[in-house]
Design a protein around this ligand. Structure first.
Ligand code: GDP
Length: 604
C-alpha cells in the first residue's frame, strides 16, 4: 500500500482558461505521489466509474479504493483535460472552471431497479409478478430466460430490473466500483413488519445514495398491518409521502398480483425526478451483471449498457478478458442488434467468464481489446495488494490529507439496547473538519454484508461484544476492512475520539503462528542444544518470536534462530511435520516443552 502524505490540490494559472482556448495549454492539476481512485475522480469532477473505465483503457484494473501512483494518475488526468504536476502551484481553482465538459448529447434512459428487503418478505415473488404481469406481455413476448436482469414496459416506457434480489448483490457490485442501480424497491411484508434485513437494506441503499421506493407486500393476508409498517419505517428514518416525508410507498400483493402497475408507475415518477440520462452515440460502456460458462455456447455475460450503444461485432474489454460480440440476446430469447443505455443483454463471444461487477468498454479493434485485457491481467497482480481502506489508526493522516471528511462506521452490538447510546455518543464527536456517521447499526454477529458495506462505503466496523462470522472475518482480512472490538462503551467512544484527533496510539495484538512440542533433545558440536519437535498447530518459522512453555508457564522468550528438516535449513515447517529447532540463548530444553511462535500485529 502506498501512503498518501501530501494533500492533492487543483492549481491553475489565473489565465489558463484563456491560455487553453488560445494555445491549447492544459490546465495544471497538482497531484500527490499517490492518491486513491475516488480522490482522483473527485479532483477531476467526474465519477469514479469514469476514472476506472479510463484506467481500464490504459490497462490498469482497480477498484474505487485503490491507490494510484503519480504517473498513472497523471495519464488519467491528461485524458480528462489536465496536465498533472507533482509540485503544487500557488493559485487554486476548481476543475469545473477549466471549461472541460466534453461529451455528446444526453438522452433519457430507463431506470435500473433492484429489489431489497428481509428474507421471505416477497422479493422473488415480486420479481416474478412483475415479470409475468400483463403490463409486459406486449408484442415483445414473454420473458423466457434468466439472464440476471430484465426489462418491462409500462405506458410505452421501459424499466430495467436486476434479477438478483437482496442488498448483498447490490453492495458486492458497489464494492467492486460498479453502481448499476438507480432506484431500490424495499419490500416489507405487511404481516411481519420491519425486520433486521429491512433496516440493513435501508442503510445499504442510503450509503449508496440510491432512492428507496417502499412496497408493502402481502396486503392480502388477514393479519396484514400496513400502518404498523409505516410507523416502523418512520422509526428507521424512512418517512413515507402520506406521512409528510418524501419516500414513495405502494401497497401490493405479489402473490395476488395486486398493486404491481401502481408500483411500476411510481418507479417511473421517481425516475423522472432523477432525470436519468446517458449518451447514445458513443462506444458502449457498462457493467457485467452476471456471467457463466455454458456447456454449448461457451462464456456468456449479461451486460448492462450504461452509456453508448452496444452492437454485435463490438470488441469488448471486460475485466481482464476480452472478446468480440458475436450475438446479443434479450431476456425474451430474442436476438437484438442494438443495446442502448439501461438495456441488459446476454452477449456471446467473450473469451473467458468475467466477474459480476466488472466494467466493460468497447475497444477500437480486436488487437486493442486483446492488448488491454492482457495488460489488465498483469496489472491486477500489482494492484491486488494496493487496496486502501480506512482505519482508525491512520485516520488523522487521511483527515489531514483531505481524504476523509466523514468517518463512516458500521456498528454491530450484542444486544439491541447498546446501539442507541453508542450511536448517540459517536455522532456527537467530530468537528467542522470531520463528522462521524454511523451508516449501519444492528445487533448480532458481524456479517459478510457488513464487511461489504464497509468496503463500499470506506467505513470502519466496530464490534461491541460482537465478533465476525468466519466468512466475514476472511473477507475483511482479504479486503483489509478494519474491524475493532470493544466491550466497554467508554473505551470505544474514547478511541474514536482519539482517532479523530490523531491521538490514537497504535495498539498491537499477539497472533500465535504455531506451536510445536519437544520430542527429543540433541547436542550440537558447538555445545548448543537442538530441540527435535513435532509441529502441532500452525507453523514454526525461522526468525519468528518464540517462547518456551513448560507446563503452561513461559520460561524463556526470544526467537527461532535455526530451523532444519533432514539437515536442510528451511524457512518454515507446517503442522504435522517434525523438525529441529534452535532457540536464541536457550539450550535447556526438556521433552514435553512447547515452543510457541508468535508475532505482534498492529490493530487498525
Ligand atoms: P423472498 O425471500 O423475499 O424472495 O420471499 P419470497 O418471494 O420467496 O416469498 C416468501 C413467501 O411469501 C413465499 O411463500 C411466497 O409465496 C409468500 N408471498 C410472497 N408474496 C406474497 C403476498 O403478496 N401474499 C402472500 N399471502 N404471500 C406472499
Amino acid at each position: 500500500m502506498i501512503d498518501n502524505e501530501q494533500e492533492p490540490t487543483v492549481n491553475q494559472s489565473k489565465n489558463s482558461q484563456e491560455a487553453k482556448s488560445n494555445t491549447q495549454v492544459l490546465p495544471q492539476l497538482s497531484l500527490p505521489p499517490a492518491l486513491s481512485v475516488k480522490q482522483l475522480a473527485d479532483l477531476l469532477k467526474v465519477s469514479a466509474i469514469e476514472v476506472i473505465k479510463q484506467l481500464m483503457r490504459e490497462g490498469v484494473m482497480v477498484n474505487i479504493n485503490q491507490v494510484l501512483d503519480f504517473d498513472t494518475a497523471a495519464v488519467i488526468a491528461t485524458h480528462f483535460g489536465y496536465k498533472a504536476e507533482k509540485q503544487p502551484i500557488s493559485v487554486q481553482t476548481k476543475p469545473s472552471e477549466t471549461g472541460k465538459g466534453k461529451g455528446g448529447k444526453l438522452f433519457p434512459r430507463p431506470p435500473v431497479v433492484t429489489i431489497m428487503g428481509h428474507v421471505d418478505h416477497g422479493k422473488t415473488s415480486l420479481l416474478d409478478a412483475i415479470r409475468q404481469s400483463n403490463v409486459i406481455a406486449t408484442e415483445a413476448g414473454a420473458i423466457t430466460q434468466h439472464i440476471g436482469a430484465y426489462q418491462v414496459e409500462i405506458d410505452g416506457r421501459k424499466i430495467t430490473f436486476l434479477d438478483t434480489p437482496g442488498h448483498e448483490a447490490f453492495t458486492t457490485m458497489r464494492a467492486r466500483g460498479a453502481q448499476a442501480t438507480d432506484i431500490a424497491i424495499l419490500v416489507v411484508a405487511a404481516d411481519d413488519g420491519v425486520m433486521p434485513q429491512t433496516v440493513e437494506a435501508i442503510n445499504h441503499a442510503r450509503a449508496a445514495e440510491v432512492p428507496v421506493v417502499v412496497a408493502i407486500n402481502k396486503i392480502d393476508k388477514a393479519n396484514a398491518n400496513s400502518d404498523k409498517v409505516k410507523q416502523q419505517l418512520a422509526d428507521s428514518g424512512l418517512i413515507i409521502e402520506e406521512w409528510g416525508g418524501d419516500t414513495v410507498c405502494v401497497s401490493i400483493s405479489a402473490k395476488k398480483r395486486q398493486g404491481i402497475n401502481v408500483l411500476l408507475e411510481n418507479l417511473l415518477l421517481v425516475a423522472d425526478i432523477l432525470e436519468l440520462r446517458a449518451e447514445l452515440d458513443c462506444p458502449a460502456e457498462g457493467v457485467v451483471i452476471e456471467a457463466k460458462l455454458d456447456k454449448t455456447k461457451g462464456p456468456l455475460a449479461t451486460l448492462l449498457v450504461q452509456k453508448g450503444t452496444l452492437k454485435p461485432g463490438d470488441n469488448l474489454v471486460i475485466g481482464n478478458t476480452w472478446g468480440k460480440v458475436k450475438a446479443m440476446f434479450n431476456e425474451r430469447g430474442k436476438q437484438i442488434k442494438k443495446a442502448k443505455p439501461s438495456t441488459p443483454v446476454e452477449a456471446l463471444g467473450i473469451n473467458s467468464v468475467p466477474q459480476a461487477g466488472d466494467s466493460f468498454i468497447v475497444a477500437r479493434d480486436e488487437r486493442e481489446a486483446r492488448t488491454l485485457a492482457e495488460k489488465h491481467k498483469d496489472a491486477q497482480h500489482e494492484f491486488v495488494t494496493s487496496g486502501k481502506t480506512l482505519s482508525l489508526s491512520d485516520l488523522s493522516t487521511q483527515i489531514d490529507a483531505g481524504e476523509v471528511k466523514e468517518l463512516n462506521i458500521v456498528l454491530k452490538t450484542d444486544v439491541q439496547g447498546s446501539i442507541e447510546p453508542i450511536k448517540d455518543s459517536l455522532e456527537q464527536l467530530g468537528d467542522d473538519k470531520i463528522k462521524v456517521k454511523v451508516i449501519h447499526s444492528g445487533s448480532g454477529r458481524i456479517t459478510e454484508s457488513d464487511v461489504l458495506l464497509a468496503l463500499a462505503s470506506e467505513a470502519v466496523i466496530i464490534g461491541f461484544n460482537s465478533r465476525p462470522e468466519p466468512g466475514a472475518q476472511r473477507l475483511a482480512e482479504l479486503e483489509r476492512v478494519s474491524i475493532r472490538y470493544y466491550d466497554v462503551i467508554y473505551k470505544l467512544v474514547q478511541d474514536v475520539d482519539k482517532a479523530l484527533k490523531g491521538m490514537l496510539e497504535p495498539t498491537y495484538v499477539e497472533v500465535i503462528e504455531g506451536q510445536a512440542e519437544v520430542l527429543a533433545i540433541f547436542g550440537s558440536r558447538k555445545g548448543e542444544n537442538i530441540a527435535g519437535v513435532s509441529v502441532k498447530e500452525g507453523k514454526v518459522r525461522r526468525g519468528a518470536s518464540a517462547r518456551i512453555l513448560r507446563r503452561g508457564e513461559s520460561i524463556h522468550e526470544s526467537h527461532v534462530s535455526s530451523l532444519k528438516r533432514f539437515k536442510e535449513d528451511v524457512k518454515e515447517v507446517s503442522t504435522g511435520l517434525e523438525c529441529g529447532v534452535k532457540i536464541e540463548n536457550f539450550t535447556d530444553f526438556q521433552v514435553g516443552d512447547v515452543i510457541q511462535c508468535y508475532r505482534q500485529e498492529k490493530v487498525t
